[in-house]
Design a protein around this ligand. Structure first.
Ligand code: CKX
Length: 609
């Protein structure tokens, strides 16, 4: 059976039931739930909302910091009228792994906390009667899974997450759960690739189904007028005078895919699709053949109380704030985001660098700081590497399968700050890049973000990147405060090195930032003050502006976000341009002034204009 990555939209042929709401929940620190029969019934549950992260609901620190197994349970009904259909459950994200039981029987297991999976229900389902659904989740960090870390056991026997990354290990059923009833013969997936030819757009499409009946495609413009059609599972649809999807000027066509048998519609699935091309030519990133300069943020899915849980209100606020600053792009640091975020990016014309959760590819117990200080850790030479690679490749496959049709997604970010200074990184990343490239029909650029210590003389993997992405903190982790003048020289020096090492590639600053207390003002500035954040950003921008091959700036971070506690963080990472409650720091007004005045084709090479 083919399991579909498609978003659960209802249609003339598709039925959905939303299973979100309060579910039963119980921690299982002994991992004894299965033998004790929790697959059928949780013995002493509390009630928690789904979707959400569990960590910030409780007042007991043991619960916030909990690492291990935890269970959810609910009931659902499947109406008799659906007996002729194929029934499944779709989990948009269960972090970091889950085993699903339906009526006490194991129905599916999934590794990876940020991509959807579908559980076919088959004969286990009871019609018009309550079905029990229990899910055993686990949030333990491991060196062979992404995101990477370890789970330590404290002297009191409690487990604790030790992430090799800098964000809180929020977990749970983070995203919606949906009951889906499809016709037996149905569409499981589709892929589009766009080609521009004068005023015409050619959309190469492929539709996958579970049967052999005929497939048709109808394309409607935003006024609901049909503008093109196609027939067959593969084909090319030609749209005359196509209105292209563009930066902050999105246009979406409705593609309606149908399986038909004579005059009968067997299945129907629609999606709003933007038509655009993306490519890298010389040092330019081209959208529809025109150079674009990325202005925007590295983000997190992170908010008060709900942690990393799906939060449509925060999603909306974030887009409004990004628009207000004049941004045109963001990166989904450090994992695939909720599908609704890409849908909104499609609608709003934002350029997205879409990231797999391969973060923490360095060994460090002081989360990411040892490696950031240049301590060699030979991360890719571990006994766990083969298993890690397998999980990493699977996660890339799920990411690309899920997000491949979004116009907003212009590049794949295949790893964050891997330890590319060690020669064992190259064969590992070569496989990762080759795999991603083999999966994307749109042949989007692929990249990783480069760690501070991977300077031009030390990085052995940059040649894999179509766009070179630098995470640099001169003026913060290196030469901060009164030494900022030296920081500027060091940054310039490094960029001269890159110019020689990679002539003819575009560079994007995928991280640069300074921790800032949203309440602290100081004249003259000190590090952590709002004045220093502006001085720091201004220094970086002065440098970026003087190198033609820098084709984008994504400041770290859009908003303050929660991390593991420690001496490096004051209730989280404070590099936000906005506070965690999404109010502006002074730097937000500074950035707005800069970005509103930078043209979209800033620094375009004349030959590509
Ligand atoms: N880059 C020295 C990864 C992000 C962190 C950021 C930071 C680091 C910097 C690496 O996840 O939050 O320290 O602010």
């Amino acid at each position: 059976m083919k399991l579909s990555p498609l978003y659960p939209w209802a249609s003339a042929s598709r039925r959905l039931a939303d299973l979100n709401g309060f579910w039963k929940f119980q921690f299982d620190p002994e991992s004894s739930g299965e033998v004790e029969g929790w697959t059928k019934r949780l013995p002493a549950p509390v009630f928690l909302p789904v979707p959400s992260s569990f960590a910030d609901f409780f007042t007991d620190k043991d619960f916030r910091e909990y690492s291990g197994d935890f269970w959810y349970a609910t009931e659902f009904f499947v109406p008799n009228e659906w007996q002729s259909r194929e029934i499944s459950l779709r989990f948009a994200a269960a972090t970091h792994r889950a085993v699903v039981f339906v009526n006490g029987q194991e129905a599916a297991a999934h590794e990876g906390g940020f991509t959807p999976f579908v559980v076919p229900l088959g004969k286990t389902v009871k019609w018009d009667e309550p079905n029990t659904l229990t899910v055993k989740c686990n949030n333990e960090l491991r060196e062979d899974c992404i995101p990477i870390g370890i789970t330590a056991t404290l002297q009191n026997g409690k487990k604790m997450a030790k992430p090799y990354f800098d964000f809180f290990n929020y977990a749970g059923l983070l995203r919606p759960v949906t009951l889906i009833a499809l016709p037996k013969e149905h569409i499981t997936d589709f892929t589009v690739r766009h080609e521009l030819s004068g005023n015409k757009a050619l959309v190469h499409y492929n539709v996958e189904t579970t049967g052999d009946n005929n497939v048709t495609v109808a394309v409607f413009d935003e006024d609901g007028k049909q503008v093109a059609a196609g027939e067959g599972k593969d084909g090319i649809i030609s749209i005359d005078n196509a209105r292209l999807w563009n930066v902050r000027d999105a246009y979406l066509y409705k593609f309606v895919f149908r399986i038909t048998d004579g005059g009968t519609i067997i299945d129907e699935y629609s999606e709003d699709i933007g038509i655009r091309t993306v490519e890298v030519r010389g040092t330019d990133i081209l959208l529809n053949g025109k150079p674009v300069y990325l202005k925007g943020f590295g983000k997190h899915e992170d908010s008060d109380i709900n942690g990393r849980g799906y939060n449509p209100a925060v999603i909306k606020r974030d887009f409004e704030l990004m628009k207000w600053t004049g941004a045109n792009s963001f990166r989904t640091a450090h994992y695939p985001y909720s599908e609704e975020i890409y849908q909104m990016a499609d609608r709003e014309g934002f350029l997205v660098i879409d990231e797999v959760a391969a973060v923490g590819m360095m060994t460090s117990t002081l989360n990411f700081m040892d490696a950031a200080n240049g301590k060699p850790t030979a991360f890719f030479q571990k006994e766990t590497t083969t298993r890690l690679l397998k999980n990493h490749l699977a996660a890339i496959e799920e990411l690309i399968r899920r997000d491949k049709n979004h116009a907003s997604v212009i590049a794949w970010r295949l790893a964050n700050e891997p330890e590319t200074t060690d020669e064992s990184a190259l064969p590992y990343l070569e496989e990762v890049f080759a795999h991603a490239r083999s999966l994307d029909a749109q042949e989007r650029p692929c990249t990783f973000t480069s760690l501070m210590t991977a300077t031009p003389d030390k990085c052995g993997c940059v040649q894999l990147c179509d766009v070179v992405c630098l995470n640099r903190y001169y003026g913060w982790y290196v030469k901060g405060g009164y030494e900022i003048g030296d920081a500027e020289n060091w940054l310039r020096g490094e960029l001269e090195g890159w110019k020689n090492k990679c002539p003819g590639k575009p560079f994007v600053f995928s991280e640069y930032g300074a921790d800032t207390d949203g309440t602290l003002h100081k004249l003259p500035s000190v590090m952590w003050s709002q004045e220093y954040q502006i001085e720091y950003l201004d220094m970086c921008h002065r440098v970026f502006d003087s190198f033609d091959f820098i084709k984008g700036e994504q400041v770290w971070n859009f908003a303050d976000f929660q991390t593991t506690e420690g001496i490096m963080r004051v209730d989280g990472n404070r590099k936000g341009i906005f506070t965690r409650s999404r109010q502006p720091k002074a730097a937000a007004f500074y950035l707005k002034m800069r970005w509103e005045n930078l043209p979209c084709d800033y620094k375009a090479n004349n030959s590509n204009k």
